[in-house]
Design a protein around this ligand. Structure first.
Ligand SMILES: *Cc1c(COP(=O)(O)O)cnc(C)c1O
Length: 465
């Protein structure tokens, strides 16, 4: 399968090359030139497949023979072997026709494990075949870093450097990263904030001359196509469990960078009958303003109790705009140029097509805390702050109560004890047993000053030859 850039000016890439590439050279994001389509009969034939079997059905058409079937199956099997629930993505009912899709059963307790476990194994396979080594460099405000480190800790051909803002991630989040003592894992606590970390990463991708001969940087944020692709699977898995393709499903998704919900959009385009996709945002509400008022203007970042959704601009939105504008790369390049001036109103046609499938709702911290408390009082089910946003967004915007509403639970509540305490439920979320010694484990981390020479020097000194 060929992959093309949303801005129309970068070379087409095959699957393996797209996995090793971050942004396209024209500044766009890579998307498949054509999407695989599944008929209702084919989807019906998948009823009863295990998560791993279903993942193979959905991912194989994108890989398109570049990796032999048995190797792809082995990569998938390895990626989900470390999940703590046999169903991988279990459904739990919390209300009438209302379901939670628990995506936090992976090693770091957030949905990002679905994509990053897979990406780590995929990279290792591709690199071994090519006898190539790469360097992963990423910035994190919490969940991405730990999921990426867990995904790559056993990779022979990857050295991974994750920057987090010193003293500004939660203790659980930091320890999930710094207690991984693998020889290829390097944590950098940067004396600065998350933006400083991200700028350091961006500058390093733009000029990679500091790397040893033959090495390149690989991105692990959701601009990497393989991450989006792996997330399509659980939409089909939940849909099938609730009666697809004979019955439609609606999904409510706590949204930051638009990666997770974009996978739902792709599932719908590929044949899964989806009635509605609900975008839930916190006070960083650019997507809610865009869908509800056609206001896609940048606003200052607000620090919320759902920190993994604290994002000013949702980068994957461009991938959907590409479709909404008839896959016209020049139009997208122009739109993004306009956006640099501060706003980016959508055309009437694009907006009405987006609204046909998407609804949106915004919650501030207080409303989110009230949802945690209300759901706990009625069901004793404890939502994490991100999931609570999805649940309420689903409730507030639901179009048809006869259609099952599936709320994606993106993190385990034990990752965010501060918000749980503030909600007043009066219980302390417990880490799973296998993580209960997290606070006794040895940590390893370099605290570095905010200077690109210092950071790159540290990397040069640690990249394995
Ligand atoms: C990353 C993250 C999100 C946001 O996902 P996007 O793909 O960026 O929209 C939501 N909740 C949690 C817990 C996350 O870690």
């Amino acid at each position: 399968m060929k992959f093309i850039s949303t801005r129309g000016q970068a070379p087409e890439l095959c699957f393996e090359d797209v996995v090793l590439t971050g942004l396209a050279s024209d500044g766009g994001l890579y998307v498949p030139a054509t999407l695989p389509q599944f008929s209702a009969a084919e989807i019906a034939s998948w009823r009863g497949l295990s998560y791993q079997e279903l993942a193979f059905k959905i991912i194989a058409p994108f890989v398109d023979g570049e990796i032999a079937d048995e190797n792809l199956q082995a990569i998938i099997a390895k990626s989900y072997a470390g999940f703590r629930h046999q169903a991988i993505a279990p459904l739990v009912q919390i209300g009438h026709n209302e379901w939670i899709l628990e995506l936090f059963q992976g090693p770091t307790l957030a949905f990002k494990d679905f994509a990053l476990q897979f990406l780590g194994n995929l990279l290792d396979f591709i690199l071994a075949k090519r006898q190539q080594k790469v360097v992963i460099m990423g910035a994190t405000s919490g969940d991405t870093g730990s999921a990426a480190i867990e995904g790559c800790r056993y990779c022979e051909n990857v050295d991974i450097f994750i920057l987090h803002p010193h003293n500004r991630v939660s203790d659980v989040q930091r320890r999930q990263m710094t207690t991984v003592l693998a020889p290829n894992v390097f944590n950098i606590a940067l004396e600065g904030n998350f933006d400083d970390c991200q700028n350091m990463v961006k500058a390093s991708f733009a000029d990679q001359s500091f790397l040893p001969e033959g090495r390149q940087l690989v991105a692990v944020n959701s601009i990497n196509w393989a991450r989006i692709m792996a997330q399509i699977v659980y939409y089909f898995y939940a849909g099938l469990a609730l009666g697809a393709p004979d019955r439609k499903t609606a999904f409510a998704v706590p949204t930051g960078n638009f990666g997770d919900i974009f996978a739902g959009y792709l599932a719908s385009k590929m044949g899964l009958p989806i009635d509605q996709l609900v975008i839930g945002t916190n006070s960083n509400d650019i997507l809610h303003r865009c869908i509800s008022q056609n206001d896609h203007s940048k606003q200052p970042l607000v620090h919320s109790l759902s920190p993994s959704m604290d994002i000013m601009v949702s980068s994957n939105f461009e991938r959907m705009l590409f479709d909404l504008y008839g896959r016209d790369g020049a139009a997208i390049a122009q739109l993004m140029e306009d956006f640099k001036q501060g706003n980016m109103p959508l055309s009437a046609d694009a907006l009405s097509r987006a609204r046909a499938l998407f609804s949106s709702y915004k919650l501030d911290d207080q409303e989110m805390l009230d949802v945690i408390a209300e759901v706990f009082a009625k069901t004793e089910y404890l939502l994490d702050p991100h999931t609570a946003i999805g649940v309420q967004a689903g409730r507030k915007t639901r179009r048809d109560p006869s259609i099952p509403m599936v709320c994606l639970a993106t993190a385990h509540p034990a990752k965010f004890p501060e918000a749980i305490e503030k909600s007043g439920v009066g219980v302390e979320p417990k880490l799973p047993i296998y993580m209960q010694d997290l606070f006794e484990r040895e940590e390893r981390c370099a605290v570095l000053e905010q200077d690109i020479g210092v950071v790159q020097g540290y990397m040069q000194g640690n990249i394995r030859v």
